[in-house]
Design a binder for this molecule. Sequence first.
Ligand SMILES: [Zn+2]
Length: 496
Amino acid sequence: MKVSNRYLHVISRISLAAIAAASGLAHAERIHRYAVSVNPELTRLAVTACFDGQVPDRLVAESLDASVALIGVWNDKTGKEIQPSGSIPLKTLAADGCVRYAVDVSRPIKRHDRTGGKVRRVGSDVAVSVGLWLWRPERLDQDEDVELVFELPESIGMSVPWSPVDGTDQPTYRLGRTPSDWPAWSAFGHFTERTAEVAGSQLRIALLDGSPAVDRDEIGGWVIDAAVMVGGLYGRFPYPNAQVLVVPNARVREPTPWAFVTRGGGPAVHFVINQRRPINEFYEDWTAAHEFSHLLLPFVRSREAWVSEGLATYYQNVLRARAGRLSEQTVWQNLHAGFGRGRREAQDLTLSEATRRMYHSRLFMKVYWSGTAIMLLADVRLRQYSDGAQSLDTALAALNSCCFEPQREWRARELFAKLDELTGTDVFTQLLNEYEDSEQFPDLSTAYRELGLEPYGRRSVRLASDAPYADLRRAIMSGNGAGAGTIQAPSATLDR
Ligand SMILES: [Zn+2]
């Protein structure tokens, strides 16, 4: 069995400490220190980056527009300006040297980077893509990390995805070892980040400035509610901490028109909301359950997004049934209607082709619902083969315990092979072999018959109580009968 990076890191720290102690060396770990300050107008970030020991050859930023936003870079000791060219070259810097740089975040820049605005003014607050301002070593060794200490103007709060360092006077974070090209967001403004304890995890929730004002308790409660559902899947939230960034003022009729997850520096869930909509619409909407469910898997590469979208779509339904928000009947009808939409779209493309073209050709139905059907089939087969002892829930719990490795990108085949190894089956790989390169929508006819799902029309199903696996069908939606899949009502508290 492989252990996760996190534990490897602990082990390596222990052994390095042992070596250091034995050889009389102090501090085997190298920590580069970044002091970051923000001006009161929130238009400029200034960074002094000091390196521990040997200086990296160059610093990189995730966004192509970081060079455009860069005001200047200087050798901190000599005051000499350094000319960037795509990256910041540090060859002239001596060991333990420092550089200073400043970044203009007063306006959105979209010159080279086509992935959307990297600076968003939200009322009196600002959200800035970390990729626009953080110039960092491209890779960090196992014994290396960057510590970021923030100096903020009076009454300015912040939100970032990194792991916080406790017991410091100023906000301090460790960058960690997610790849330097994974996106991440920061926000600065007149808000206080609130910490919610959810199923053993610290959620750091920031709500940006809204007009009309956002009801912080109501919206905070809605975010926590969805996180609690995911934390209930196997009794703990999949990550020890997560950033939640809520951006109000969306001008559409829905409560949450846009939401996404980023993984750079740590897991983060982003919501763009229309705070004018009544709070019950937020609870009725599937978005929050969907986004938090994404965190049940580590990052699977985008060209195989059917895996993560399928899993999140499956659980956004299942978890809301388990929480008593939707009836068993409604959830099966949601799933049935979704499978129909997926089946009708792009029938001439294989699932992998459709996934690769998903954004360009808007093939979301085929991709999301094929993935959901595969997750349902995996869940049903695991429960059948193990007589209810295993399920998709227990497989995910096992993955999270042993080998989550959230700091790297996974391939679908590798992830499925791991899930097979953990469950002692070939359920996942078999489904992958059958459907990844097929134009056919996953065949649900046997599952429907066994579970007692009797469709009538495009959107409706009857639930037959005398079907051979009617109990299994109920167990999926009640969360009972498969070990760790029981809702354990994890506690959640919100700091004031
Ligand atoms: Zn999604």
